[in-house]
Design a protein around this ligand. Structure first.
Ligand code: MLT
Length: 329
């Protein structure tokens, strides 16, 4: 009869424990099926443009399709809610922007936790904004436009993608700078809004260069300023707002990738690896440059840096939004 020694007993216990863990460790490798990238604005807009570009390279790296799913509405909160409530297995991710920093203050009653509902995967890009108008607007430069707005006020229509959108935030800052309110027309994204601006059925918008550059170059809309401290190389003839007489009117739109809270760290790491491939892809770098932006440097594209940057931006915008006193609810 075999006598079970202390060493033998320990080995048996260890083997049992390993066997018990085996099913968990033998989980399907990630990704085991297509990944859904939720874009919280309508197709054809700036967020959609960034998402579709990085999705292509991420798909190749992950070996599974990264399928863009546009879930617009409510200033980008419906799409964010969709991801916050998804299974935390890495197969549903969110591409969002500066709205993730303003929504926690703007929306005081949400069906999801706008801060603790997400894991950060990494920052993607930072996009300048442009103040643009229908091409036949009665102004040829920013000071004439400001005079027109102060004269006509709410007779002018300003397009945005809902409270929480970058176009809403830029509009808030712009109307504060000119100390005049216009009538806001909200869309499910600035893609559809651009159609109306080109058609001339809406007067003004502040939108990202990823959506306005080609229209400005084609002359289908008129640009009055960029909202960055320096001119944008791909739109070098457009003055900054400061040059145009509105000092301090600066805002640019950072974008980041998120997963539902509780997504395992190895899955986040694998998604971050695929994101880094996209950020270092020469084709994406060129397309981003054509549209006035650039991928963030790989050293800045870690989940931790993304979370720290995001938390700091929430804290930055909270007092400004509270002082404006305009909330979504
Ligand atoms: C969009 O993609 O439609 C824009 O990001 C909306 C916005 O934030 O203004």
């Amino acid at each position: 009869m075999k006598v079970l020694t202390r060493r033998g007993l320990a080995a048996a216990v260890a083997a049992g424990a390993a066997a018990a863990a085996a099913p968990a460790l033998a989980q399907a490798p990630f990704p085991s099926r297509p990944v859904s990238m939720v874009i919280p604005f309508a197709a054809g807009g700036p967020t959609d443009t960034v998402g579709r570009l990085i999705a292509q390279v991420m798909s190749a790296d992950l070996g599974q399709p990264v399928v863009v799913e546009n879930v617009g509405g409510a200033g980008g909160t419906l799409g964010a809610q969709r991801v916050a409530g998804a299974r935390p297995d890495g197969h549903t991710i969110l591409l969002h922007h500066i709205g993730m920093a303003t929504i926690p203050t703007l929306y005081r009653r949400l069906a999801y936790d706008p801060i603790n509902g997400f894991e950060t995967i990494g920052l993607v890009t930072e996009v300048p904004m442009t103040l643009v108008a229908r091409r036949n607007i009665e102004a040829t430069n920013l000071s004439e436009l400001v005079a027109l707005i102060r004269r006509r006020g709410e007779a002018l229509n300003y397009a945005n993608a809902g409270i929480g959108a970058a176009s809403h935030l830029c509009g808030l800052l712009f109307m504060q700078a000119v100390n005049t309110r216009m009538t806001t027309v909200s869309y499910r994204g600035t893609g559809p809004a651009m159609n109306d601006l080109v058609a001339g059925t809406v007067d003004l918008m502040c939108d990202q260069t990823t959506n306005t550059t080609e229209h400005i170059r084609a002359g289908t809309i008129r640009a009055f300023a960029v909202t960055t401290s320096e001119r944008v190389p791909s739109l070098a003839d457009i003055p900054t707002a400061t040059e145009g007489g509105l000092p301090g009117f600066e805002v640019s739109v950072w974008h980041g990738l998120y997963a539902p809270r509780g997504t395992p760290a190895p899955v986040i790491a694998r998604l971050n690896q695929a994101l880094l491939k996209a950020l270092q892809d020469s084709g994406i770098a060129q397309r981003f440059a054509d549209l006035g932006t650039a991928p963030v440097a790989p050293a800045r594209a870690t989940p931790q840096i993304h979370r720290e940057f995001w938390q700091a931006d929430i804290a930055k915008w909270r007092p400004l939004i509270q002082a404006a006193g305009q909330f979504a609810d």
